[in-house]
Design a protein around this ligand. Structure first.
Ligand SMILES: *Cc1c(COP(=O)(O)O)cnc(C)c1O
Length: 396
Protein backbone atom coordinates (compact mmCIF):
# COMPACT_ATOMS: atom_id res chain seq x y z
CA UNK A 1 0.00 0.00 0.00
CA UNK A 2 2.67 2.54 1.02
CA UNK A 3 4.24 2.66 -2.44
CA UNK A 4 0.82 3.35 -3.99
CA UNK A 5 0.30 6.44 -1.84
CA UNK A 6 2.91 8.87 -3.01
CA UNK A 7 2.54 8.55 -6.76
CA UNK A 8 3.33 11.09 -9.45
CA UNK A 9 0.79 11.61 -12.22
CA UNK A 10 1.10 9.43 -15.34
CA UNK A 11 2.12 10.91 -18.70
CA UNK A 12 -1.39 12.23 -19.30
CA UNK A 13 -1.39 13.89 -15.89
CA UNK A 14 -3.74 11.43 -14.15
CA UNK A 15 -3.55 10.27 -10.55
CA UNK A 16 -5.65 7.14 -10.95
CA UNK A 17 -8.93 8.41 -12.41
CA UNK A 18 -8.36 12.07 -11.59
CA UNK A 19 -6.49 15.01 -13.04
CA UNK A 20 -5.49 15.05 -16.69
CA UNK A 21 -5.26 17.92 -19.09
CA UNK A 22 -8.45 19.05 -20.82
CA UNK A 23 -7.09 21.88 -22.96
CA UNK A 24 -7.31 23.39 -26.42
CA UNK A 25 -4.62 22.24 -28.88
CA UNK A 26 -2.56 25.46 -28.83
CA UNK A 27 -2.33 25.41 -25.06
CA UNK A 28 -1.33 21.74 -25.00
CA UNK A 29 1.92 22.66 -26.70
CA UNK A 30 2.62 25.38 -24.14
CA UNK A 31 1.73 23.10 -21.22
CA UNK A 32 4.20 20.58 -22.56
CA UNK A 33 6.86 23.28 -22.34
CA UNK A 34 5.83 24.13 -18.79
CA UNK A 35 6.02 20.45 -17.82
CA UNK A 36 9.47 20.05 -19.36
CA UNK A 37 10.80 23.23 -17.75
CA UNK A 38 9.43 22.26 -14.38
CA UNK A 39 10.94 18.76 -14.54
CA UNK A 40 14.27 20.28 -15.50
CA UNK A 41 14.38 23.07 -12.93
CA UNK A 42 13.01 21.14 -9.97
CA UNK A 43 16.30 19.24 -9.85
CA UNK A 44 18.48 22.15 -10.93
CA UNK A 45 21.04 23.22 -8.36
CA UNK A 46 20.97 26.92 -9.22
CA UNK A 47 17.15 27.03 -9.23
CA UNK A 48 16.90 25.27 -5.89
CA UNK A 49 19.56 27.32 -4.19
CA UNK A 50 17.78 30.53 -5.26
CA UNK A 51 14.39 29.19 -4.15
CA UNK A 52 15.75 27.91 -0.85
CA UNK A 53 17.46 31.23 -0.17
CA UNK A 54 14.15 33.05 -0.68
CA UNK A 55 12.15 30.55 1.37
CA UNK A 56 14.55 31.05 4.25
CA UNK A 57 15.51 34.71 4.15
CA UNK A 58 12.51 36.25 2.44
CA UNK A 59 9.53 34.12 3.47
CA UNK A 60 10.94 33.20 6.89
CA UNK A 61 11.13 29.40 6.64
CA UNK A 62 11.31 26.99 8.28
CA UNK A 63 8.00 27.79 9.94
CA UNK A 64 8.00 26.25 13.43
CA UNK A 65 6.02 23.33 14.78
CA UNK A 66 4.45 24.56 18.03
CA UNK A 67 3.24 22.35 20.89
CA UNK A 68 -0.03 23.93 22.04
CA UNK A 69 0.30 23.35 25.76
CA UNK A 70 -2.91 25.02 26.93
CA UNK A 71 -5.12 23.37 24.37
CA UNK A 72 -3.41 20.02 25.02
CA UNK A 73 -3.98 20.26 28.77
CA UNK A 74 -7.61 21.16 28.22
CA UNK A 75 -8.26 18.02 26.15
CA UNK A 76 -5.78 15.59 27.69
CA UNK A 77 -3.70 14.87 24.60
CA UNK A 78 -0.92 16.49 22.56
CA UNK A 79 -1.91 19.02 19.90
CA UNK A 80 0.78 20.56 17.67
CA UNK A 81 0.52 23.26 15.01
CA UNK A 82 2.63 23.70 11.90
CA UNK A 83 2.87 27.50 11.81
CA UNK A 84 2.40 28.48 8.16
CA UNK A 85 0.63 31.56 9.55
CA UNK A 86 4.06 32.99 10.38
CA UNK A 87 5.21 33.13 6.75
CA UNK A 88 5.66 36.41 4.89
CA UNK A 89 2.23 37.50 3.56
CA UNK A 90 0.53 35.42 6.24
CA UNK A 91 -0.10 31.99 4.74
CA UNK A 92 1.35 28.98 2.94
CA UNK A 93 0.62 30.54 -0.47
CA UNK A 94 3.99 32.29 -0.59
CA UNK A 95 5.63 28.82 -0.93
CA UNK A 96 4.15 28.05 -4.34
CA UNK A 97 4.06 31.68 -5.45
CA UNK A 98 7.83 32.04 -5.12
CA UNK A 99 8.27 28.73 -6.95
CA UNK A 100 5.91 29.64 -9.78
CA UNK A 101 7.42 33.11 -10.22
CA UNK A 102 10.93 31.71 -10.29
CA UNK A 103 9.90 29.09 -12.85
CA UNK A 104 8.23 31.78 -15.00
CA UNK A 105 11.38 33.83 -14.87
CA UNK A 106 13.57 30.90 -15.89
CA UNK A 107 11.21 30.24 -18.79
CA UNK A 108 11.78 33.80 -19.99
CA UNK A 109 8.26 35.03 -19.20
CA UNK A 110 7.71 38.67 -18.29
CA UNK A 111 4.28 38.53 -16.64
CA UNK A 112 2.27 36.45 -14.20
CA UNK A 113 -1.47 35.96 -14.69
CA UNK A 114 -3.49 34.68 -11.77
CA UNK A 115 -6.96 34.47 -10.31
CA UNK A 116 -7.83 35.19 -6.73
CA UNK A 117 -10.88 34.72 -4.53
CA UNK A 118 -10.35 36.24 -1.12
CA UNK A 119 -7.17 37.85 -2.41
CA UNK A 120 -4.68 35.71 -0.49
CA UNK A 121 -3.22 34.06 -3.58
CA UNK A 122 -3.33 37.39 -5.42
CA UNK A 123 -1.31 39.06 -2.68
CA UNK A 124 1.27 36.24 -2.62
CA UNK A 125 1.64 36.31 -6.42
CA UNK A 126 1.80 40.12 -6.52
CA UNK A 127 4.51 39.90 -3.87
CA UNK A 128 6.55 37.38 -5.84
CA UNK A 129 6.07 39.40 -9.04
CA UNK A 130 7.30 42.59 -7.34
CA UNK A 131 10.30 40.74 -5.97
CA UNK A 132 11.28 39.25 -9.32
CA UNK A 133 10.46 42.22 -11.54
CA UNK A 134 7.58 40.51 -13.35
CA UNK A 135 4.33 42.12 -14.50
CA UNK A 136 1.24 40.91 -12.71
CA UNK A 137 -2.43 40.71 -13.77
CA UNK A 138 -4.83 39.51 -11.10
CA UNK A 139 -8.37 38.51 -12.06
CA UNK A 140 -10.87 38.92 -9.27
CA UNK A 141 -14.65 38.76 -9.11
CA UNK A 142 -16.42 42.10 -8.66
CA UNK A 143 -18.08 40.88 -5.47
CA UNK A 144 -14.80 39.69 -3.99
CA UNK A 145 -13.21 43.05 -4.83
CA UNK A 146 -15.87 44.78 -2.73
CA UNK A 147 -15.57 42.24 0.10
CA UNK A 148 -11.80 42.07 0.33
CA UNK A 149 -10.70 45.68 0.20
CA UNK A 150 -7.54 45.36 2.34
CA UNK A 151 -6.15 42.64 0.04
CA UNK A 152 -7.12 44.59 -3.09
CA UNK A 153 -5.24 47.57 -1.68
CA UNK A 154 -2.22 45.42 -0.84
CA UNK A 155 -2.08 44.10 -4.41
CA UNK A 156 -2.32 47.63 -5.79
CA UNK A 157 0.47 48.85 -3.53
CA UNK A 158 2.58 45.90 -4.72
CA UNK A 159 2.11 47.09 -8.31
CA UNK A 160 -0.36 44.48 -9.63
CA UNK A 161 -3.17 45.21 -12.11
CA UNK A 162 -6.52 44.11 -10.75
CA UNK A 163 -9.02 43.08 -13.41
CA UNK A 164 -12.60 43.07 -12.19
CA UNK A 165 -14.63 40.06 -13.37
CA UNK A 166 -18.33 40.77 -13.81
CA UNK A 167 -19.65 37.54 -15.37
CA UNK A 168 -21.72 34.87 -13.59
CA UNK A 169 -21.59 34.94 -9.81
CA UNK A 170 -18.69 37.46 -9.99
CA UNK A 171 -16.53 35.35 -7.68
CA UNK A 172 -13.65 32.84 -7.82
CA UNK A 173 -14.89 30.41 -10.47
CA UNK A 174 -15.49 33.18 -13.01
CA UNK A 175 -12.16 34.79 -12.07
CA UNK A 176 -10.43 31.53 -13.06
CA UNK A 177 -12.41 31.41 -16.33
CA UNK A 178 -11.41 34.97 -17.24
CA UNK A 179 -7.78 34.61 -16.16
CA UNK A 180 -7.50 31.49 -18.26
CA UNK A 181 -9.09 33.22 -21.25
CA UNK A 182 -6.57 36.06 -20.99
CA UNK A 183 -3.73 33.60 -20.55
CA UNK A 184 -4.65 31.70 -23.73
CA UNK A 185 -3.99 34.93 -25.65
CA UNK A 186 -0.80 35.87 -23.83
CA UNK A 187 0.92 32.57 -23.09
CA UNK A 188 3.96 33.38 -25.18
CA UNK A 189 5.05 36.09 -22.78
CA UNK A 190 3.04 35.25 -19.66
CA UNK A 191 2.86 32.38 -17.19
CA UNK A 192 -0.33 31.22 -15.53
CA UNK A 193 0.27 31.12 -11.79
CA UNK A 194 -2.49 28.97 -10.37
CA UNK A 195 -3.46 29.35 -6.72
CA UNK A 196 -3.93 25.77 -5.55
CA UNK A 197 -3.16 22.11 -6.32
CA UNK A 198 -5.78 22.13 -9.09
CA UNK A 199 -6.01 22.87 -12.81
CA UNK A 200 -4.67 20.99 -15.81
CA UNK A 201 -1.52 18.89 -15.57
CA UNK A 202 1.24 19.80 -14.66
CA UNK A 203 -0.12 22.40 -12.18
CA UNK A 204 -1.26 20.01 -9.42
CA UNK A 205 2.18 18.38 -9.55
CA UNK A 206 3.99 21.75 -9.56
CA UNK A 207 2.00 23.10 -6.62
CA UNK A 208 2.49 19.91 -4.61
CA UNK A 209 6.22 20.06 -5.25
CA UNK A 210 6.54 23.65 -4.03
CA UNK A 211 4.26 23.04 -1.02
CA UNK A 212 5.91 19.77 -0.01
CA UNK A 213 8.36 21.84 2.03
CA UNK A 214 5.60 21.98 4.69
CA UNK A 215 5.46 18.21 5.12
CA UNK A 216 9.21 17.71 4.91
CA UNK A 217 9.87 20.28 7.63
CA UNK A 218 6.93 19.20 9.78
CA UNK A 219 7.96 15.54 9.81
CA UNK A 220 11.50 16.37 10.94
CA UNK A 221 10.42 18.99 13.47
CA UNK A 222 7.78 16.72 14.94
CA UNK A 223 10.21 13.80 15.30
CA UNK A 224 12.69 16.12 16.96
CA UNK A 225 10.17 17.44 19.49
CA UNK A 226 7.99 14.42 20.18
CA UNK A 227 10.51 11.66 19.48
CA UNK A 228 7.99 9.89 17.26
CA UNK A 229 5.61 10.54 14.37
CA UNK A 230 2.19 12.07 15.01
CA UNK A 231 -0.76 9.65 15.27
CA UNK A 232 -2.68 11.78 12.81
CA UNK A 233 -2.33 14.94 10.74
CA UNK A 234 -5.07 17.43 9.82
CA UNK A 235 -5.33 20.19 7.19
CA UNK A 236 -8.15 22.20 5.61
CA UNK A 237 -8.93 21.58 1.95
CA UNK A 238 -10.05 24.24 -0.51
CA UNK A 239 -8.28 23.26 -3.71
CA UNK A 240 -5.90 21.34 -1.51
CA UNK A 241 -2.47 23.00 -1.68
CA UNK A 242 -1.67 23.42 2.02
CA UNK A 243 -3.10 19.96 2.68
CA UNK A 244 -1.14 18.16 -0.04
CA UNK A 245 1.98 20.02 1.12
CA UNK A 246 1.61 18.63 4.63
CA UNK A 247 0.33 15.19 3.59
CA UNK A 248 3.17 14.59 1.12
CA UNK A 249 5.62 14.31 4.03
CA UNK A 250 3.63 11.49 5.65
CA UNK A 251 1.94 9.52 2.86
CA UNK A 252 4.23 6.53 3.22
CA UNK A 253 4.02 6.48 7.02
CA UNK A 254 1.07 4.12 7.18
CA UNK A 255 0.80 4.49 10.97
CA UNK A 256 -0.10 8.17 10.51
CA UNK A 257 -3.82 8.77 9.81
CA UNK A 258 -4.53 11.65 7.46
CA UNK A 259 -7.56 13.98 7.53
CA UNK A 260 -8.53 16.62 4.99
CA UNK A 261 -11.19 19.02 6.29
CA UNK A 262 -13.74 20.44 3.86
CA UNK A 263 -16.11 23.35 4.57
CA UNK A 264 -19.69 22.29 5.31
CA UNK A 265 -20.68 25.96 5.30
CA UNK A 266 -24.33 26.31 6.30
CA UNK A 267 -25.26 22.73 5.50
CA UNK A 268 -25.33 19.85 3.07
CA UNK A 269 -27.68 21.41 0.50
CA UNK A 270 -26.13 22.29 -2.89
CA UNK A 271 -24.97 25.91 -2.81
CA UNK A 272 -24.61 25.96 0.97
CA UNK A 273 -21.18 24.31 1.24
CA UNK A 274 -17.91 23.74 -0.62
CA UNK A 275 -17.30 20.11 0.39
CA UNK A 276 -16.39 18.81 -3.08
CA UNK A 277 -15.04 15.44 -1.98
CA UNK A 278 -17.99 14.77 0.31
CA UNK A 279 -20.88 15.90 -1.90
CA UNK A 280 -19.29 16.13 -5.36
CA UNK A 281 -19.51 13.75 -8.32
CA UNK A 282 -16.86 13.07 -10.95
CA UNK A 283 -16.72 15.98 -13.35
CA UNK A 284 -14.43 18.33 -15.24
CA UNK A 285 -13.69 21.92 -14.30
CA UNK A 286 -10.90 24.28 -15.39
CA UNK A 287 -9.17 21.60 -17.45
CA UNK A 288 -8.99 18.68 -14.99
CA UNK A 289 -11.15 15.87 -13.64
CA UNK A 290 -12.06 15.76 -9.96
CA UNK A 291 -14.88 15.43 -7.46
CA UNK A 292 -17.00 18.40 -8.41
CA UNK A 293 -20.03 20.05 -6.84
CA UNK A 294 -22.64 20.11 -9.58
CA UNK A 295 -26.12 21.49 -10.10
CA UNK A 296 -28.96 19.42 -11.57
CA UNK A 297 -27.70 19.98 -15.12
CA UNK A 298 -24.19 18.83 -14.22
CA UNK A 299 -22.67 22.32 -14.34
CA UNK A 300 -20.32 23.38 -11.55
CA UNK A 301 -22.50 24.44 -8.62
CA UNK A 302 -22.03 27.56 -6.56
CA UNK A 303 -19.76 26.87 -3.64
CA UNK A 304 -20.09 28.59 -0.29
CA UNK A 305 -18.02 28.79 2.90
CA UNK A 306 -17.55 31.49 5.53
CA UNK A 307 -13.86 31.11 4.62
CA UNK A 308 -13.62 32.50 1.08
CA UNK A 309 -10.31 30.72 0.52
CA UNK A 310 -12.17 27.40 0.67
CA UNK A 311 -15.14 28.06 -1.62
CA UNK A 312 -14.10 26.28 -4.80
CA UNK A 313 -16.48 23.68 -6.31
CA UNK A 314 -13.63 21.30 -7.29
CA UNK A 315 -10.69 19.77 -5.44
CA UNK A 316 -7.15 18.72 -6.34
CA UNK A 317 -6.81 15.43 -8.27
CA UNK A 318 -4.27 13.88 -5.92
CA UNK A 319 -6.72 14.32 -3.04
CA UNK A 320 -9.38 12.55 -5.13
CA UNK A 321 -6.91 9.72 -5.64
CA UNK A 322 -5.92 9.53 -1.95
CA UNK A 323 -9.61 9.45 -1.06
CA UNK A 324 -10.29 6.67 -3.54
CA UNK A 325 -7.48 4.41 -2.30
CA UNK A 326 -8.44 5.22 1.29
CA UNK A 327 -5.09 6.71 2.31
CA UNK A 328 -6.62 10.01 3.42
CA UNK A 329 -10.04 10.62 4.89
CA UNK A 330 -12.07 13.71 4.01
CA UNK A 331 -14.40 15.13 6.64
CA UNK A 332 -16.45 18.30 7.10
CA UNK A 333 -16.62 21.21 9.53
CA UNK A 334 -19.41 23.80 9.45
CA UNK A 335 -19.12 27.61 9.49
CA UNK A 336 -20.25 27.68 13.11
CA UNK A 337 -17.75 25.03 14.23
CA UNK A 338 -14.93 26.87 12.42
CA UNK A 339 -15.83 30.18 14.05
CA UNK A 340 -15.94 28.53 17.47
CA UNK A 341 -12.44 27.15 16.86
CA UNK A 342 -11.30 30.59 15.65
CA UNK A 343 -12.19 32.01 19.07
CA UNK A 344 -10.96 29.00 21.02
CA UNK A 345 -7.45 29.05 19.54
CA UNK A 346 -7.29 32.84 19.93
CA UNK A 347 -8.24 32.66 23.60
CA UNK A 348 -6.36 29.54 24.73
CA UNK A 349 -3.12 30.01 22.77
CA UNK A 350 -3.05 33.66 21.67
CA UNK A 351 -3.03 32.69 18.00
CA UNK A 352 -5.70 34.15 15.71
CA UNK A 353 -6.05 31.67 12.83
CA UNK A 354 -7.41 32.32 9.33
CA UNK A 355 -11.04 31.17 9.00
CA UNK A 356 -9.82 28.58 6.48
CA UNK A 357 -7.31 27.17 8.97
CA UNK A 358 -9.97 27.30 11.70
CA UNK A 359 -11.67 24.37 9.93
CA UNK A 360 -8.56 22.24 10.52
CA UNK A 361 -8.29 23.51 14.11
CA UNK A 362 -11.94 22.59 14.75
CA UNK A 363 -11.46 19.07 13.46
CA UNK A 364 -8.23 18.66 15.43
CA UNK A 365 -10.16 19.60 18.58
CA UNK A 366 -12.95 17.19 17.63
CA UNK A 367 -10.41 14.36 17.35
CA UNK A 368 -8.86 15.39 20.67
CA UNK A 369 -12.29 15.14 22.34
CA UNK A 370 -12.80 11.65 20.91
CA UNK A 371 -9.55 10.51 22.55
CA UNK A 372 -8.69 8.09 19.74
CA UNK A 373 -5.36 9.80 19.08
CA UNK A 374 -2.67 10.96 21.49
CA UNK A 375 -0.53 13.11 19.16
CA UNK A 376 -2.31 15.36 16.68
CA UNK A 377 -0.57 17.65 14.18
CA UNK A 378 -2.69 20.41 12.62
CA UNK A 379 -1.59 22.62 9.74
CA UNK A 380 -2.22 26.27 10.56
CA UNK A 381 -2.29 27.39 6.93
CA UNK A 382 -2.61 31.12 7.62
CA UNK A 383 -3.24 33.88 10.11
CA UNK A 384 -6.54 35.59 10.80
CA UNK A 385 -5.67 39.27 10.34
CA UNK A 386 -7.60 39.36 7.08
CA UNK A 387 -10.74 37.99 8.78
CA UNK A 388 -10.89 40.26 11.81
CA UNK A 389 -13.08 42.95 10.26
CA UNK A 390 -15.53 40.35 8.94
CA UNK A 391 -15.74 38.46 12.23
CA UNK A 392 -16.30 41.63 14.25
CA UNK A 393 -18.92 43.10 11.91
CA UNK A 394 -20.84 39.88 11.30
CA UNK A 395 -20.48 38.08 14.60
CA UNK A 396 -19.53 40.60 17.23
C1 LIG B 1 -6.09 29.90 0.18
C2 LIG B 1 -6.06 29.40 1.54
C3 LIG B 1 -6.48 28.09 1.87
C4 LIG B 1 -7.09 27.16 0.87
O1 LIG B 1 -6.29 26.77 -0.19
P1 LIG B 1 -5.66 25.34 -0.32
O2 LIG B 1 -5.13 25.33 -1.69
O3 LIG B 1 -6.75 24.33 -0.11
O4 LIG B 1 -4.61 25.23 0.72
C5 LIG B 1 -6.35 27.66 3.18
N1 LIG B 1 -5.85 28.46 4.13
C6 LIG B 1 -5.45 29.72 3.87
C7 LIG B 1 -4.92 30.54 4.99
C8 LIG B 1 -5.54 30.24 2.58
O5 LIG B 1 -5.15 31.49 2.34
Amino acid sequence: MAEKCNILPNNEGFYGNYGGQFLSENLKEEFKKITESFLKFKDDKGFNSELNYLLKNYAGRPSPVYFAKNLSEKYGCEIYFKREDLNHTGAHKINHSLGEALLAKRMGKTKLIAETGAGQHGVAIATAAALMGLGCDIYMGEIDIQKEKPNVDRMKILGANIISVTSGTKTLKEAVDEAFKAYSKEYETAMYAIGSAVGPHPFPMIIEHFQSVIGREARMQFMEQAGTLPDCIVACVGGGSNAIGLFSGFLEDMEVDIFGVEPLGRGEKTGENAASMTYGKDGIIHGFKCKLLQDEEGNPANAYSVASGLDYPGVGPKHCYLNEIGRAKYVVISDDEAIEAFYELSRTEGIIPALESSHAVAYGIKLAKEKKYQKILVNLSGRGDKDIQFVMSKLG
